[in-house]
Design a binder for this molecule. Structure first.
Ligand SMILES: Cc1ncc(COP(=O)(O)O)c(C=O)c1O
Length: 369
């Protein structure tokens, strides 16, 4: 089976993990934590970064550090992984969904504007599948209405908008290092803040709200969201190979783009002024009805795929009689192909060949590749 994802652990991961074991620094203190945080901040050009144990708590911590109050509204794209919306609820606020832009699949700034109310406190953008959101109008909206800008960059390590890495546009941003992410720590996350004050607040909340000067003195109800030194060791080794990993993923995307030409589908392409990190190499079929048969055919041939997320407003906790036609259409038609750095050219070509065969068997007229 060719899987959708496989981590690329070809650097110093083992060596660094062994250093943790040999030194007995296996918990959440140790040199790799601060090394990973400072190298990560340097890589993306952020002011402050603090590690956490996954990307979901990173979002919760970021929103809690902003001081959201019950009844506050946070605008979130409906086309996202459910954790983005869940974190808003877990922070005591209300998610207000917005639709997507058809060709980029990212949150639509015009729809965001329509959904701003007197209760809106923040806009949470999600750089979906490795392409950035259109940050200029979103930043302008935040300035115009005095809103916080939160970036969920779980899927967007290595993604740039107008030459700047994502995560450096908002007041606060989060990353995930789950096993299928572009760089991984097994489970893990990062909270990146623009201000020293927000960074200190996030750090305080992730460490049980303990006083830095008085032992066992906790001045708020807080959390243990710390990352272990072992995870940070893996993260640092991954970061050392980040350039190579991203280039390999971009190469895989280029093979698909070339190999899928002429078929009734579109690839999720980089657009001008951006650098796509291709967390996932996604395609949107012209006909929604083809998606499950195509996935079934690929599965039979040993190729794993994933559907694009269900829009959050269609999931039971958020079920609403609202319509988000762009997100619904993308969600019904799109799927993710195997997208890992180690995928070979021959494997990518075989996958494209199978998709071509699927359409030929259906009698679909194909243009020349
Ligand atoms: C957009 C988005 N946000 C948040 C998360 C949550 O990250 P984690 O799985 O590390 O908790 C993910 C994870 O897949 C994601 O894709």
């Amino acid at each position: 089976m060719i899987p959708v994802y496989q981590p690329y652990l070809t650097g110093r991961e083992k060596e660094y993990v062994n250093q943790c074991l040999d030194s007995t620094w296996i918990s959440s203190k140790g040199e790799f934590i601060s090394r990973f945080e400072s190298e990560f901040a340097r890589f993306i050009g952020a002011n402050h970064a603090t590690t956490v144990c996954n990307g979901t708590v990173a979002l919760h911590l970021a929103l809690t550090a902003l001081g959201l109050q019950p009844g506050d509204e946070v605008i979130v794209p409906t086309l996202t992984y459910v954790a983005s919306a869940n974190a808003v609820v877990q922070a005591g606020a209300v998610p207000v969904f917005a639709d997507s832009v058809p060709h980029t699949w990212q949150i639509d700034p015009e729809d965001v504007r329509r959904r701003i109310t007197s209760r809106t406190r923040a806009i949470m953008v999600v750089h979906l599948y490795g392409l950035p959101c259109d940050m200029d109008p979103l930043q302008m909206l935040c300035r115009e209405y005095g809103l916080y800008l939160v970036e969920d960059c779980a899927e967007a390590f290595g993604t740039y908008y107008k030459g700047r890495h994502v995560g450096t546009f908002g007041d606060v941003a989060t990353f995930s290092f789950f096993g299928n992410k572009t760089i991984t720590t097994g489970e893990g996350g990062m909270v990146v803040s623009r201000s020293a004050e927000l960074h200190a607040k996030a750090y305080h909340l992730k460490t049980q709200g303990v006083s830095p000067t008085r032992e066992y003195w906790h001045d708020v109800v807080a959390y243990n969201y710390r990352m272990t030194n072992i995870c940070a060791a893996i993260g640092l080794a991954q970061l050392e190979q980040a350039g190579e990993i991203i280039e390999k993923k971009r190469q895989v995307a280029a093979w698909y783009k070339q190999g899928l030409k002429g078929m009734p589908l579109t690839t999720h392409d980089e657009i001008e002024g951006t650098r796509h990190s291709y967390w996932m190499c996604s395609i949107a079929l012209e006909h929604a009805g083809d998606r499950e048969p195509l996935r079934g055919y690929l599965k039979q041939c040993g190729v794993e795929t994933r559907p694009v997320f269900h829009p959050a407003h269609t999931l039971p906790p958020y079920a609403a009689e609202l319509s988000f036609p762009v997100a619904e259409s993308i969600s019904a038609r799109a799927l993710n192909l195997p997208s890992y750095p180690g995928l070979t050219r021959a494997e990518a070509n075989d996958i494209c060949g199978l998709i071509r065969q699927f359409y030929q068997d259906k009698g679909e007229p194909l243009r020349a590749a």
